[in-house]
Design a protein around this ligand. Structure first.
Ligand code: 3PG
Length: 306
């Protein structure tokens, strides 16, 4: 089988080497497309692929249609909003992700961004500490849980909202569950976002939630820019000169935000939450292993288009 590793943002060399060892060791062929700049390059590279491994690369219905032999696509990472699941299902392509494999890298970045914003993005001046501040975890999944664990190490008060996780499970981690989203934002000095981008969550974080935050509140977004209502964020930041917004995924209106709000906003130049060698190796190896298992035994664990 031909396995295409297509990454606009290449994985670390050790991860690519690991993927090659697994794929070739199972008798398959690895094809590599890195740093491509046009969707056409992805269409033509995928034409003869039986399997694909991608990161945030957009696997659109055009890609799925041009990849006539495609049987499985694995998103090496957690969020699969870049995969057209309906097109995958329509063409009989199994879509998977590799949940949890890059979570620690994202969680560490969330904490790093909180420290940076608390120290005026390392510009001279008096900053503040994380200790004794309240952090609200919006969605208690793999990344949210790890952010909670790290935040406890900083002596933060950790609270969480997740309607899909039982309060008992959250309490077991020494974290306080909050029963409403509004309540979470009202209590959080830092609000760490971990919701996926889907039809229910897109633009769901806007003015009414953001302005519930206490004085000096800061939204930390290592999830997706799509979950923010950017016009309403702008309005909230305009009206409340104490609020801050730091993100790993630049807003569409990021340059306007930077211009208007200076150190109160920060965006990484390119999404870097999972940009560590460890995360690349973990998620890349998991993706390759899932593909090899799928071809050898039909294993569909982690399928997301059921
Ligand atoms: C994920 O969903 O796994 C993270 O956002 C990482 O995305 P990336 O592989 O594009 O860095």
């Amino acid at each position: 089988m031909k396995v295409l590793l297509a990454t606009d943002k290449p994985l670390a060399k050790a991860a690519v080497d690991g993927i090659r060892t697994i794929v070739e060791g199972a008798g398959h062929e690895l094809m590599l497309l890195e740093k491509y700049t046009t969707p056409q390059e992805l269409y033509s590279a995928s034409e003869c692929a039986d399997a694909m491994i991608v990161r945030s690369d957009k696997v659109t219905k055009e890609v799925i249609s041009s990849a006539k032999n495609l049987k499985i696509v694995v998103r090496a990472g957690a969020g699969y909003d870049n995969l057209d699941l309906a097109a995958c299902t329509e063409h009989g392509v199994v879509a998977m992700n590799t949940p949890g494999q890059n979570s620690n890298a994202v969680a560490e970045l969330a904490i790093g961004m909180m420290i940076s914003v608390s120290r005026n993005c390392f510009n001279p001046g008096t900053g503040s500490e994380l200790k004794n501040k309240t952090i609200g975890i919006h969605a208690y999944g793999n990344v949210g849980r790890l952010v909670a664990k790290l935040a406890k190490g900083f002596d933060m008060n950790v609270i969480a909202f997740d309607p899909f996780v039982s309060p008992e499970k959250i309490i077991n981690d020494g974290v306080t569950p909050v029963s409403t989203l509004e309540g979470l934002y009202e209590k959080s000095d830092f609000l760490s976002l971990h919701i996926p981008a889907n039809e229910q969550t897109k633009k769901s974080v806007g003015y009414s939630l953001i302005t519930r935050m206490p004085k000096g509140g800061c939204i930390v977004n290592t999830a997706r820019k799509e979950v923010i209502n950017e016009d309403e964020l702008l309005k909230a930041l305009e009206e409340r000169s104490d609020l801050k917004y730091v993100t790993d995924i630049a807003a569409d209106n990021q340059s306007l935000l930077n211009e208007k709000f200076g150190n109160r906003v920060f965006a990484t130049p390119k999404k870097m939450g999972a940009e560590t060698a460890e995360a690349n190796i973990n998620s890349g190896i998991a993706a390759a292993t899932q593909i090899v298992k799928f071809f050898s035994t039909g294993d569909r664990t982690f399928q997301v288009n059921k």
